[in-house]
Each structure stands twice: as C-alpha cells, then as structure tokens.
Ligand binder design. Structure first.
Ligand code: PMP
Length: 400
C-alpha cells in the first residue's frame, strides 16, 4: 500500500552530516553540525551534568511516574527565572506560564499551535534568512509565514533599515519571530540600541514577539547578557512568547529539554493560557520526558552546581570565540582575498562566511569540508589543528 510513496530529500542541515559520514577521506571536516565539539573534535558532556546524573541515579526515592502535562514544576519555574531574570516583575506578578517541551523545536511548535488556535492574527514574520526548520514548524502549526529583511550580504551585517521597514509595514498584531541572541545562521545580532528601536516599533504596532532562545550563555559566555533582548521586551509590561532550549548551553541535545513561556498581562490570563497549552500538548505527546528536565532542575537549584555550569558554559563560548580569532588570523596571514572581519564580528556557534553555494560545493568535493550550502560553518566544529585545512580550502575556493 505504500508503493507509491516518493523518497523525501534529506534535511538540508542534518543531511550534511549524512554526507560527511559517507566520505572515507582522512582529512574530512564536518562544519555542518550544530553541536559543540571539543578541541579534539569530540562531543562534550559537561562535568556538572555528569554530577547531576550521579545524584539522580543515587536517589532511590526517584520513580519513573509520568510528569504532569506541563512537565516538571521546578524545571519550569527555574527556566523562567533563567531567561527573564530573578527579579522579573512578570514572574513576581505570576503573569508567566511556563511549560516543559521537547527542546527548542518542541517549544516553538507548542507555542505556534497555541497561537494558531487562540490568537487573532495568524501571520508570523521570520527573519530572512533564518534556521531552516522555522518555516516548516510554523506552517505545519497552521500559521502563515512571511519574512522580514535581516541580513545584508554587502556588509555581512544587519540590514537594520530593511528590518524596520518590513516590520513597519507588517499588519497590526502580526507575530514576529526574533532570535534572542546568536542569530542562526548569520551570527549577526542587533545592538542593544537597535533592539530598543525594534521594541518601540513592535509595541507601537502591536506586533507580538516570539523569541527563539536556543543559545543563552553560548553567545557571549554570559547568561544575563544573552537574555537582554528578551528582558527588554518583558520590562515594558507587554506580552511575548519565549522558546528556550538547553541543547547547546547545557549540552543536553538528545535529552530534548526545553521550555515555552508565555508572558501575559495578568495572572488570570496566564492561568487560562496554561489551561489551553495543556489541550495542545495532551494529544501530541501527553507529557514530556522526565530525565533531562530533572538534570536541569538539579543544576539550576543548587548554587554550587549553577556556578560550575556557568564556568563550563563560558569555557565553551570562549573556545568558539578563540576559533573565530584563529580563523581570521590564519586567513589574514595567508593573504586570502576579501574582508574576513565578519568572522570576528559575528557571534554564537556559526559564521556566515559569505561563500556561495558553488564555492561550498568545491570545498566539499576537493577538500572534504562539509557545511550547509548557504556558506554557514559551525565554529564549534573547528580546532587549532583543523584551521589550516579550512584556510587552504577557503583560499582555493575564493582564488579559483
Ligand atoms: N532554534 C534555533 C535558532 C536553533 O539553532 C536550534 C538548534 N539548531 C533550535 C531552535 C532547536 O534546537 P533543539 O530543538 O535541539 O533545542
């Protein structure tokens, strides 16, 4: 009965790793993967996560009962505190509802499903470009996706004028997807002054902010600094949605731990919103998994473990920042034509190199360097040892 099913294409991002795995070359380099790697190119489990795991294993009172539909209560409370700040008035006034979801993606999807059922404006504006899964998540949830200008290829920076024009002409009430920090794939973030202008424009037009926070702490190394955009919007008393992921900042990728928070105007509204979120979640997966959220809650609620986490997080962020500097220095030393300063200006896990799809195909074919065809490379996939090979590949691609 399934004989007529046609083969679907590989996911454009995950497909890079599939191709990399098939390549027998010894010099191959995977810069497509959106996961942290050590200097030795290995995945990293944080020490503090190992510790929390040990505590959970040793606690014989722990059982495997179902969590409530909204997930682990401690985890939800602590996640809201992490993104909004310990002194957030919205939290103090109980105007925030937070539900545990399946990492960042699941949080975006639950938020979108809620909006599709209960919000009056079904158009969501996403940046051009954005993470490849965004349009699919929102479309399948029933929203209609439009884009706003974001990246300027000429400056390899923000097209701030274009962004303001596009949001300025969006219909009143439209939803706007914002990357809280470390924009993926471009690594280009608005400055705080620009965020303030975006906030004023959006509030004056009644546009609804939906933040995707997949890299808190991973961009600058500071959890507070990376949450500033979100906190600015919460401080004005208006509504917003935030999807949080612990994939990168706690290295919990496969545990699928995340949270969706919806900031409302009053406690009563927040509790009604939560009751509807339950109706979204129950038929989708009933309730979220317990293990990853227990790890996060264990770490966030213990001040020593929390501190240890911030140090390990900073070390990951610092290694990425140092890779940017080393790559930039190596390209400069090599005399590779072009201005590569964007490599050290961009922020977060990725650099949007500006290499075009032909150059990318050439680098993959001739140098076994794997990356997405838009020229995005994962800085976390690089090391001091592999930078010279990448520089050879880039140099050959741009001087061909
Ligand atoms: N949003 C952005 C911008 C991302 O880069 C990612 C991960 N690549 C996600 C959301 C979702 O990741 P996850 O579902 O693994 O938390």
């Amino acid at each position: 009965v399934f004989a007529s099913v046609v083969r679907a294409p590989e996911d454009p991002i995950l497909g890079v790793t599939v191709a990399y795995n098939k390549d027998p070359s010894r010099v191959k380099l995977n810069l497509g993967v959106g996961a942290y790697r050590t200097e030795e190119g290995k995945p990293l489990v944080l020490n503090v996560v190992r510790k929390a795991e040990q505590l959970l294993v040793n606690d014989k009172s722990r059982v495997k009962e179902y969590l409530p539909i909204v997930g682990l209560a401690d985890f939800n409370k602590l996640s809201a505190k992490l993104i909004f700040g310990a002194d957030s008035p919205a939290i103090k006034e109980n105007r925030v509802t937070t539900v545990q979801c399946l990492s960042g993606t699941g949080s975006l999807r639950v938020g979108a499903e809620f909006l599709a059922r209960h919000y009056h404006q079904l158009t969501i504006y996403i940046p051009q470009p954005t993470w490849g899964n965004h349009p699919k998540v929102f479309t399948l949830a029933g929203l209609s996706v439009k884009t706003y200008r974001y990246y300027d290829p000429a400056t390899r920076g923000l097209n701030f004028q274009g962004l303001l024009e596009d949001l300025g002409s969006a219909p009143s009430g439209a939803i706007v997807l914002l990357h809280a920090c470390a924009h993926n794939p471009t690594g280009v973030d608005p400055t705080l002054e620009q965020w303030e202008q975006i906030r004023q424009l959006m509030r004056s037009k009644g546009l609804l902010p939906f933040f995707d926070s997949a890299y808190q702490g991973f961009a600058s190394g500071s959890l507070d600094a990376d949450a500033q955009s979100v906190r600015m919007f919460v401080a004005d008393g208006g509504e917003c949605l935030v999807a949080q992921s612990y994939a990168k900042n706690m290295g919990l990728y496969g545990e699928r731990v995340g949270a969706l928070s919806i900031v409302c105007k009053t406690e009563d509204v927040a509790s009604r919103v939560e009751s509807q979120l339950k109706l979204v979640i129950r038929p989708m997966y009933s309730s979220p998994p317990i293990h990853g959220a227990s790890l996060v809650a264990t770490i966030l609620k213990d001040s020593n473990m929390y501190h240890e986490w911030t140090l390990e997080l900073k070390a990951m962020a610092d290694r990425i920042i140092s890779m940017r500097q080393q790559l930039f220095d190596a390209l400069s030393a090599r005399g590779t034509p072009g201005d590569w300063s964007h490599i050290i200006k961009q922020i977060g896990m990725f650099t949007f190199t500006g290499l075009n799809s032909e150059q990318v195909a050439f680098m993959t074919k001739e140098y076994h360097v794997y990356m997405t065809s838009d020229g995005r490379i994962s800085m976390a996939g690089l090391s001091t040892k592999t930078i010279p090979h990448l520089v050879d590949a880039i140099h050959a691609a741009v001087t061909r």
